[in-house]
Design a protein around this ligand. Structure first.
Ligand SMILES: [Zn+2]
Length: 447
């Protein structure tokens, strides 16, 4: 018994020494380091050819990615933690380009809920998103500033958040959830959805400028405007065009003066075209787009931000949404044909089961794209979109959606090869063995 223990201890010491031997004295004395060895690296654009790489991480960033220099072992010594990926694929943490972490209830329930209750549910959903491998999300509408702050301060677990703040809408537009009575119409008595920051109703250039600047004052990294009819909204036909050119241009200029950009909710060619002509950089949904308008996006380098699962049959699309499923197929084919920059987003919100669909977006895209293309959408292409926030990028100190020297150490270790079987990612609880955000281990189920 004693001899066995000594043998185990001896083996441990040998393996620790071997690990430590490849670390310089400076590294050993430096800030805590995380080492991930024996990794096949998907860097956000391609699978690197080397079968065994070692990533070193300090201060939340990747300091080096080099060929393995030590035999596989797991150990911990001093301030160095070593994870042996065992030859598994390591990916950048995923980015969801369109999600609503702060709308954790349906609109009617949200309206009546105690704001603290809604905030706690949002915190739970943020944690669940991170544990699905989404280390960064772009919030496309909702009061996420406090949620973001609590996550960034390390009070709760969650993804990095690029907040838009309130979605800005015209009267009777996609963001107008007020009742029809006269009191609710008066601008000096906003209803609860506005006073809590879910939406902002603004008509005319001056009011639009104010609404944009209010979001920027709160810390928005980009601005969300509703430029056309919506599915979940009360008053607007889907084909309605929302905001005049002059109002859209005012929003774009106010955002540009802050160094950032406007994303619009729009389905139809006319709403998309008007937005692009006004300088909008990201089109959300766009499921009814035609070929000419797709070409315009390609020519102008505008990002297309569609969702395939939620709009591809998860809900029965009737009434307002009847044309969406056909439109989705046509849009994806046109986007591929014209090489439009297509982002990965899910638009999940409203209920736990809907948030749970977030990972199904991977498989839903397989009818149009290869696993490699979809992984690029969820990492490097989304990161290119987030970079449009320029100086308003809250995490501008390093690259996102990339495994490269100097990038944020947001990464995932996956069981199986997602480049061959992308649907592995639809079961993150089982198949994401390690989740690291900003160099901190969120999850590790490797032995
Ligand atoms: Zn949305």
């Amino acid at each position: 018994m004693r001899r066995f223990s000594l043998h185990v201890v001896g083996t441990l010491i040998v393996s620790l020494v071997l690990d430590v031997a490849v670390l310089s004295a400076a590294e050993l004395n430096a800030a805590p380091m995380l080492v991930i060895k024996n990794a096949r690296v998907f860097d956000g654009r391609n699978l690197r050819p080397e079968p065994r790489l070692t990533l070193r991480i300090t201060d939340g960033k990747i300091t080096t990615i080099k060929p393995d220099e030590s035999p596989p072992s797991v150990g911990e010594t001093g301030s160095v933690t070593v994870i042996d990926a065992g030859g598994r694929v390591v990916l950048p943490g995923f980015i969801d380009a369109h999600v609503h972490p702060s709308i954790p209830l349906g609109f009617t329930a949200l309206r009546e809920a105690d704001p603290n209750y809604a905030a706690n549910r949002a915190a739970l959903e943020a944690r669940a998103m991170l544990r699905r491998g989404f280390t960064t999300v772009r919030d496309m509408g909702g009061p996420s500033f406090g949620l973001k702050q609590a996550i960034d301060e390390g009070l709760i677990e969650g993804p990095r958040i690029f907040p838009s703040g309130a979605m800005i809408s015209q009267t009777s537009g996609h963001g107008d959830f007020r009742s029809r009575d006269a009191a609710a119409r008066a601008t000096d008595s906003p209803d609860v959805m506005q006073s809590r920051g879910y939406g902002a109703i603004a008509d005319g250039e001056a009011a639009v400028l104010t609404a944009v600047r209010e979001q920027l004052r709160s810390g928005a990294s980009q601005i969300k405007v509703a430029a056309g009819g919506g599915l979940s909204s009360m008053y607007d036909p889907l084909d309605s065009v929302q905001y005049l050119d002059s109002e859209l241009k005012a929003a774009v200029r106010a955002a540009a003066d802050w160094g950032t950009y406007v994303a619009v909710h729009a389905y139809t060619p006319i709403a998309i075209r008007r937005s692009v002509e006004a300088g909008v950089k990201s089109i959300e949904h766009a499921h009814l787009i035609d070929e000419g308008t797709m070409k315009l996006l390609a020519d102008r380098g505008v990002f297309l931000s569609p969702q395939a699962y939620v709009f591809g049959g998860a809900f029965p699309m009737t009434g307002k949404g009847a044309a969406i499923p056909t439109g989705l197929d046509r849009m994806m084919k046109l986007a591929k044909q014209h090489k439009v920059r297509l982002t990965f987003g899910t638009d999940v919100f409203g209920a736990p089961q809907v948030y749970g669909w977030q990972s199904r977006e991977f498989g839903a895209r397989l009818q149009w794209f290869t696993p490699l293309e979809i992984l690029q959408q969820a990492t490097s292409i989304n990161a290119d979109l987030l970079a449009l926030s320029g100086p308003r990028n809250p995490y501008g100190g390093a690259a996102l959606g990339a495994l490269e020297q100097g990038a944020w150490a947001d990464l995932l270790v996956v069981d199986g090869n997602p480049l061959e079987n992308l649907r592995l990612l639809e079961d993150p609880e089982r198949n994401l063995r390690v989740i690291v955000k900003s160099g901190k281990i969120v999850k590790n189920t490797l032995p």
